[in-house]
Design a protein around this ligand. Structure first.
Ligand code: FRU
Length: 719
C-alpha cells in the first residue's frame, strides 16, 4: 500500500472539513433585555430572559453569558410558552444548553416544522434533588435542512421541577458535545463482597440520583455528581450491612456512553488512602472529613472515655447536600479518628443538626444492663420537619427510636435541638430554633428559640420562647471570672452572637442585649460539649474554609475553652484554644522579655514551619503598631484603634490594663487569632503560600515592651 505524505493528508482533511463546516448561526443567546421577536404566553417566562437564578431557586449554572430562558418566574407553579420566530434550518445540528424539569410535553423545547413537532428535548430532572445546571444538548436536523421551523419552549408543569431552563441555541455543522443520548433509570447489580462501594465523583458535574436497594427495598438514596469518565475522587458507601447480598445500584439518568455505573468499585479500604490527610489543602490541626463536605458540628459529647464529634456530612459530594451525621472520636479533643456515618437520611428526611447527651440515670429507658445510653437528638428535615432520637450503648452503632418523632413540626422552619440536664429541676431542657410566622410587633423574620423540658427525653413540654436567635441554639451556664458562686447563663446560636442572663429551669431572662461574639469570618453553628469530665465548657464551630479541588471541604475549628469575664460593660464571653494545643508542640522558641524598637532585629528569626502557634503579651505605647508577619501574612495590632488587622479585616481588640495578649495559630486553610485575653476571637479562612514558613515581628512608632514572646512549631493531628 502506498503511503501518503502526512502533510498532504492533513491538508486535504482540513480542506474537506472547511468545505463541510460553515460558520455556526446563533438562533438565540438570550443576552438582550427582552425576548425580541420571540413571543410568550402565560407568566412563567416573564418579559425577558433571566439573569441566572430567580427568587426561591437553587443556583443556576452552566448557561452562557449573562442571560437565559428560565421559566421559574413565579416558582414551579407558573406556566406558559415561549415561541421563536420562523427560521430556516441551514446546518446539520441544532444545539443548545438545557436544564430544569425532564417532562416531555410539559417542561420541554419542541422543534416545529409545518405544524408538527419533529424534535423534543427536556431538562434532566424528574425527581426531588438534582441540580439546576444547564447541560449541552441538541438534535441532528440534517434531514430537515432547507425547511422553515420554529421552537416552542413549554412550561406546562406545576409540581416539583415544573420549569425549564434554556440558552445558547445554535445551528452548527458539528455535533454538539451532547449528541449522546440520556438513558433513564439505568441500574447494575453487584454482590456485596467488600466493605465499601466507591462511586466516581467529578465535582461540578450534573447531579444524579442514586439508589441502592437490597431485596427490593431502597436502603440508600442520594444525589451525587457522578463522573461519566475520569473521576476527581471516589465517594465511599459502607455496604457491610448487606455482606453477601445482591445490591441493585440505580441511577435516575446517565449519558449512554457514561462509564459512571460500570466503574463503581468494591474495596475493603478507601481509594486514595495512601495520600489521606497529606493532601495539599488538608487542614492539619483541625478536623475535616476524609471525603466530602462538612458543616455544623453535632452531638458533641464525652461518653465512655471518648469525645464524640458528629457533624453535618455529605459523604458523596464537595458541596452541601445529603445530610448525614458523620462521626469521629478522640481521647484528647485534638486527635480525631473518623469512624463512619452515625445517622443516614431516612424516610423522615435528611439528618439535620442536633445534640447528644449521656442519659446517666436512664430516664429514657434506652439503657441496658446498667449501661447508660448515649442519646442523639436530631432534626429529620423532611416534610414535616421533626425532632427525633437515636441511641447507642457502645458509641459506635446507633438505633433510631421507634417512637420518633418526639417533637412534631411546629413550623417548617424548626430545627437544631440542643439538650442538657438541668440538675436543679431534675429534668432535661431542650432549646430549638423555630421560625414563627410573621406577626404584628414581632421581628421579621420571626426567629425564636423555644425552650422545652422533659423527664425522659421522649416527652417534651414547651415552656417558653425567646426572640432573636437563628439556627443552632446553644445554652449553658458559666461562672463569671471563675467564681463558682457567681454563675450566669449564655444563650447563643449559629452566628455566635449571644445574650447573658438567668434561667429558672423554664425561661431565660436576658440581662444584656444581643452581643457580638466571634470577630473573624466563616465561623458558624458552633456547639459546646455536654458531659465534659472536667467541667470545662469547650466549643467547636464550623469553619467555612474551602479546600478547592480536594475530595473534601470545610473544617471544624480548633476547640476553644469558653469563659465569662468581667468587663466594664458586664460579663462577656472569652475563647481560648484548649490547653491540649500544647501537646502538639514539637519545637519551641522562647524569647526573653524584651523591648522592641522600630527597625529592630526580628526576635523570632529562627522559626521555620507551616503549622505555628505564636504567643505574645505586650504593652504598646498609644501610637505603636505591632506587626506579625506569619507565613507571609500580615497580622497587625493597631494600638491607637485597639484593633487586630488581618488581610484588611479589622477586629476590635481592647487593651486590658494596658496589655495586649495575642495567640496566632496557622493551618492550611485558615488562621486563628485570639486577643484581649480571649475576649477577641478571630477565626479566619485563608490559604497562605506553602513556601512562606517564617515569622517576623516588628514594631512601628514607639517602643513596645514584650513580657512574653514565643513561637511553637506544632505537628499535624493526623497520623
Ligand atoms: C446551619 C444549618 C442548620 C441545619 C443544618 C443543615 O448551618 O442550616 O440549621 O440543621 O445547617 O445542614
Amino acid at each position: 500500500m502506498k503511503t501518503v505524505a502526512p502533510i498532504f493528508l492533513s491538508l486535504s482533511v482540513a480542506l474537506a472539513a472547511a468545505r463541510a463546516q460553515q460558520p455556526d448561526i446563533v438562533v438565540a443567546d438570550f443576552e438582550a433585555e427582552t425576548y425580541g421577536a420571540w413571543k410568550t404566553t402565560g407568566t412563567a417566562f416573564g418579559r425577558g430572559p433571566a439573569r441566572g437564578a430567580l427568587p426561591g431557586q437553587m443556583a443556576v449554572e452552566g448557561f452562557a453569558g449573562r442571560g437565559l430562558v428560565n421559566s421559574f418566574l413565579g416558582g414551579d407553579k407558573a406556566t406558559g410558552t415561549l415561541t421563536s420566530p420562523e427560521f430556516t434550518i441551514e446546518r446539520k445540528f441544532l444545539s443548545f444548553l438545557i436544564g430544569g424539569g425532564g417532562f416531555a410535553g410539559k417542561t420541554c423545547v419542541n422543534l416545529v416544522v409545518s405544524g408538527k413537532i419533529v424534535r423534543i428535548a427536556t431538562g434532566p430532572n424528574t425527581e426531588p434533588g438534582g441540580s439546576e445546571r444547564l447541560e449541552p444538548s441538541g438534535w441532528d436536523v440534517s434531514e430537515l435542512t432547507g425547511k422553515s421551523a420554529h421552537l416552542v419552549v413549554v412550561d406546562d408543569a406545576t409540581g416539583g421541577w415544573g420549569h425549564l431552563n434554556l440558552d445558547q441555541i445554535m445551528q452548527a455543522d458539528t455535533a454538539p458535545p451532547m449528541a449522546v443520548k440520556i438513558a433513564k433509570g439505568v441500574s447494575r447489580e453487584v454482590v456485596a463482597e467488600k466493605r465499601w462501594l466507591h462511586f466516581p465523583v467529578k465535582t461540578g458535574a450534573m447531579k444524579r440520583v442514586v439508589t441502592v436497594s437490597v431485596d427490593g427495598k431502597t436502603e440508600r438514596r442520594f444525589d451525587i455528581e457522578l463522573a461519566d469518565a475520569e473521576p476527581d475522587w471516589w465517594a465511599p458507601l459502607d455496604v457491610s450491612a448487606w455482606a453477601g447480598k445482591t445490591l441493585t445500584i440505580s441511577v435516575n439518568q446517565l449519558p449512554e456512553n457514561s462509564t459512571a455505573l460500570s466503574s463503581i468499585k468494591q474495596a475493603d479500604g478507601m481509594i486514595g488512602a495512601e495520600n489521606l490527610y497529606h493532601e495539599a489543602l488538608r487542614p492539619q490541626l483541625q478536623f475535616s472529613a476524609k471525603r466530602g463536605w462538612v458543616n455544623d458540628p453535632n452531638g458533641l459529647v464525652f461518653f465512655n472515655g471518648e469525645y464524640h464529634l458528629f457533624f453535618q456530612h455529605n459523604p458523596y459530594g464537595w458541596s452541601w447536600g445529603n445530610m448525614h451525621w458523620g462521626h469521629a472520636v478522640s481521647r484528647d479533643l485534638v486527635h480525631w479518628e473518623e469512624i463512619g456515618e452515625a445517622l443516614y437520611p431516612d424516610d423522615m428526611g435528611p439528618m439535620f443538626s442536633g445534640s447528644a447527651v449521656v442519659d446517666e440515670q436512664n430516664t429514657s429507658g434506652f439503657g441496658r444492663d446498667g449501661k447508660a445510653p448515649l442519646v442523639l437528638i436530631y432534626t429529620a428535615a423532611g416534610n414535616p420537619t421533626v425532632q427525633c432520637l437515636a441511641y447507642s450503648l457502645d458509641g459506635r452503632t446507633f438505633t433510631k427510636f421507634a417512637g420518633n418523632p418526639v417533637i412534631p413540626q411546629i413550623t417548617g422552619g424548626n430545627r437544631d435541638p440542643k439538650v442538657f440536664w438541668h440538675a436543679p429541676s431534675k429534668r432535661w431542657v431542650l432549646t430549638l430554633y423555630v421560625q414563627l410566622p410573621d406577626a404584628p410587633g414581632a421581628p421579621k423574620p420571626n426567629h425564636t428559640i423555644h425552650f422545652f423540658t422533659s423527664p425522659n427525653l421522649r416527652d417534651w413540654t414547651l415552656r417558653s420562647t425567646t426572640p432573636g436567635f437563628f439556627e443552632c441554639p446553644d445554652f449553658f451556664e458559666l461562672p463569671v471570672d471563675s467564681d463558682a458562686a457567681h454563675q450566669k447563663w449564655v444563650l447563643t446560636a449559629a452566628s455566635s452572637e449571644y445574650q447573658v442572663g438567668t434561667f429558672d429551669g423554664e425561661k431565660f431572662t436576658p440581662e444584656t442585649p444581643k452581643l457580638p461574639a466571634q470577630r473573624g469570618r466563616g465561623f458558624y453553628a458552633a456547639q459546646t460539649f455536654s458531659g465534659m469530665p472536667d467541667g470545662r465548657r469547650v466549643q467547636i464551630g464550623w469553619g467555612q474554609c474551602p479546600s478547592l479541588g480536594m475530595p473534601f471541604n470545610q473544617l471544624q475549628c480548633f476547640p476553644c475553652e469558653l469563659s465569662l469575664r468581667s468587663t466594664p460593660g458586664g460579663p462577656r464571653l472569652a475563647w481560648q484554644p484548649i490547653a491540649q494545643l500544647a501537646s502538639l508542640r514539637v519545637k519551641s522558641h522562647r524569647h526573653e522579655p524584651c523591648t522592641l524598637n522600630e527597625g529592630g532585629k526580628n526576635p523570632l528569626s529562627d522559626v521555620h514551619g507551616e503549622l505555628l502557634e505564636i504567643r505574645a503579651d505586650f504593652t504598646p505605647a498609644p501610637n505603636s503598631e505591632v506587626l506579625f508577619k506569619v507565613r507571609g501574612v500580615e497580622i497587625r495590632y493597631d494600638s491607637a484603634k485597639q484593633e487586630i488587622v488581618i488581610d484588611k479585616h479589622r477586629a476590635p481588640a481592647p487593651l486590658r490594663d494596658g496589655h495586649q495578649s495575642v495567640i496566632i495559630l496557622t493551618d492550611r486553610t485558615n488562621f486563628t487569632i485570639w486577643a484581649s485575653d480571649g475576649l477577641t476571637y478571630v477565626p479566619f479562612p485563608l490559604i497562605a503560600n506553602p513556601k512562606e514558613l517564617v515569622v517576623e515581628i516588628s514594631v512601628k512608632g514607639d517602643a513596645v515592651k514584650f513580657s512574653l514572646l514565643e513561637a511553637h512549631e506544632v505537628k499535624s493531628i493526623w497520623p
